[in-house]
Design a binder for this molecule. Structure first.
Ligand SMILES: Cc1ncc(COP(=O)(O)O)c(C=O)c1O
Length: 350
């Protein structure tokens, strides 16, 4: 079984998936509606996906030839590992990814390294990667910001590290547009060829059901090979058509939406972190979710909230006391705080 949550959670307040609380931007919603009206789903998409590549290139101001569109960031992650078949793969825990299953299936050695915890911050250890230098043909996965810790690694230091290692660095930026920081694509001209960036539109545009992301790398050979091994129609025609149009015609509006999102999330995260620190240890986050440590079992809290139709995420594979909540709109965040206050009052009484 592969567990990543998901499914239809109607009737629940969902603090378990990390999508933008501000919802789908209007231009994207309108373009999707237009696709439905024009029955675009009756056609195969263009198998070369020239429009969406051009649109992404225009939106991020990067070269179209260095992009491959993918079915969400998750397809990108699998395609890169499948193509590279690295000698070994390094992850920094706790983190996101099905690498355990993938490396087992491909017979690739998996090195899991725990992030260093200093007070309320998870710290990335550059020296650990530098000391791997002797071993070539490795794939180093850096999730930035990291899920579930919400921690961040400075992009200039990642570029520096890439220059110093002969391994390939896969930088998963699924959350950069809902974080306090800019994407590394702003510095794409400085990226060495051993950096592969994975991006997603899922979180920022609240479209987990549409499935769209992309890979960017200045290693043209790698990009061309990924383009060959991807399924021939890896994006459906609705997302291909609607996003191509929206990213091109509404670039300015969508970047204003992203900047507004970043401010909104920062503000709500501050409020939530402050209030939740009365009940949990709160880890410092720069994005739209917060990792927490409880004094009692996370499952107990999870189950009690579920009874109130609130869904959060337990982090069992890291430890029984850890949970993760997403940052939502103010009114929802207040419901969560109120419920937690009542739950802890009840726990104290018994
Ligand atoms: C760090 C990270 N990368 C990638 C993904 C997958 O994103 P997508 O929905 O675009 O496939 C997720 C989803 O939760 C994630 O947390």
């Amino acid at each position: 079984m592969r567990f990543h949550g998901g499914g239809y959670l109607k009737g629940f307040l969902d603090f378990s998936s990390n999508i933008n609380p501000l919802g789908v931007p209007k231009p994207i919603e309108e373009e999707i509606r237009r696709c439905l009206k024009e029955e675009i789903y009756k056609y195969y998409p263009d198998s070369n996906y020239l429009n969406i590549k051009r649109a992404i290139s225009y939106f991020y101001d990067v070269e179209a030839e260095n992009i491959v569109q993918t079915n969400g960031a998750s397809e990108a992650l699998s395609l890169i590992v499948l193509l590279l078949k690295p000698k070994y793969l390094v992850t920094f825990e706790p983190s996101f990814g099905d690498y355990e299953l993938l490396t087992k299936a491909l017979n690739v050695k998996l090195i899991k390294h725990r992030l260093n915890l200093v007070n309320d911050k998870f710290i990335f250890e550059f020296d650990f990667v530098k000391n791997l230098k002797e071993e070539k043909l490795g794939l180093i996965i850096i999730v930035n910001p990291n899920n579930p810790t919400g921690s961040y690694v400075d992009i200039d230091k990642i570029i520096e590290l890439a220059h110093e290692t002969s391994n390939i660095i896969l930088l998963d930026e699924a959350y950069s547009e809902v974080s306090d920081y800019d994407t590394i694509l702003k510095k794409h001209e400085d990226l060495p060829k051993n950096v592969v960036v994975v991006k997603s539109f899922t979180k920022v545009f609240s479209i987990p059901g549409l499935r769209i992301g992309f890979i960017y790398s200045r290693n043209r050979e790698l990009i061309e090979k990924i383009d060959i091994i991807r399924p021939i129609w890896n994006l459906n025609s609705i997302v291909d058509y609607s996003l191509s149009k929206a990213l091109t015609s509404y670039k300015k509006d969508l970047w204003s939406f992203i900047n507004h999102t970043k401010k909104y999330i920062k503000n709500e995260r501050k409020m939530l972190s402050h209030k939740l620190s009365n009940y949990f240890q709160v880890y410092k986050s720069c994005t739209n979710f917060i990792m927490l440590k409880s004094n009692c079992s996370a499952k107990v809290i999870h189950d009690m909230l579920l009874k109130r139709r609130i869904k959060i995420r337990t982090l069992n594979n890291f430890g029984k006391e850890y949970l993760r909540i997403s940052v939502r709109r103010r009114e929802d965040n207040e419901v969560l705080i109120k419920s937690i206050r009542e739950i802890f009052r009840n726990i104290k009484r018994h």
